[in-house]
Design a binder for this molecule. Sequence first.
Ligand code: ATP
Ligand code: MG
Length: 383
Amino acid sequence: MADLQIAGLMKQFGGFTAVNDVNITVHDGEFVFLLGPSGCGKTTTLRMIAGLEMPTSGRIEIAGRNVTFLRPRHRNIGMVFQDYGLYRHMTVFGNIAYPLEVRGLDKRAIADKVGAVAKTMQITDALQKKPDQLSAGQLQRVAIARMLVRDADVFLMDEPMSHLDAQLRGQMRAELRHIQKTVGVTTIFVTHDQLEAMTMADRIIVMKDGRMLQFATPREIFERPATEFVASFVGEPQMNILDCTLRRGDGAMLADCGPFAVTLDAGWVRANGLAKRDGQKLRLGIRPEHVSVGRDAGETHPVATELYSFEPTGAENLYVLRSGSVQVTTRTSTTETAHLGKTEGTRLAMRFDPNWIYLFDPDDGRTIAYAAASRPDAAEDAA
Ligand SMILES: Nc1ncnc2c1ncn2[C@@H]1O[C@H](COP(=O)(O)OP(=O)(O)OP(=O)(O)O)[C@@H](O)[C@H]1O
Ligand SMILES: [Mg+2]
């Protein structure tokens, strides 16, 4: 077990910068996720930690030891690749045993260890089979077993669930989280699936174009996103993002979205110094669960809209509403909206919860004002 420190990590391929100034400290036993869209540099970062790729510059330390220029096998790392990298001519037993044989353990110890991880991963029945005879779910279990069998300092996993169907993925999320917490080995997990990261991680690193945008707990990433990109990358359905202009209304600041204007909370306006932004063009963000729907436009639901599309998910109803050219997705409980029309074109009304409005800078994407009801982690620690 060990902590992992990365400083100024950079990787260039020719003139192209794939990883740009990554700095992180991962604590002993932590489960950290690298989350970001395709091509943002997740795999390259992981391969540099593993020693499969040499950094252009920067430093990697595991348990206080500088491993930046060590060969992979001298780093004491266990890894699961996206394609699993199993040997097809070997049995499952042989595959899991391989890293132990390389290290010269005796047969008895190997059999014991392989038996134990096979039991953990529920693949005891498959030990004498070859990879070709296994399902996608079993193959993944074998790859994880091979990673677990070594007493590694750090585990690295690159999109290990991408070959599984949605149901298996759901099961494996809970199981992998349980195993990681049980074995307690520092683990870096790469994914582009925000749900995987949000449900399993202790902390998440959000990456884009080779850079880290934010490194924080799932709740902080969700409630206090550092940029508009982070805000819209996590959460399903996505946060609504609208162009708006701040202006002074009758005794209150408004975010004018064109067809309608949203009255901002006076205390929040003051706390974020928004009065001095009078006249500025900004981006307003609000998550679908913070927009409520009603039948008639009035005091409770001030904005008149038309139903563009209705999407029942079973437990919840998604209403996609339109006011002029502005489209807003809302997420409501089925009971709350049972009495409302569900046909396209129905007139409905909506209200933005003023406590859950975000403002972003349209130029650099940075968050200008977090939602009033969002809490930074520090607030939770103090509670
Ligand atoms: N060996 C290489 N030579 C040149 N360019 C590379 C090499 N490896 C990666 N890249 C480029 O670096 C960028 C980051 O690649 P990387 O594989 O790290 O992305 P990723 O975040 O893992 O994406 P994905 O989600 O698709 O796996 C991409 O633009 C990729 O084309
Ligand atoms: Mg990748």
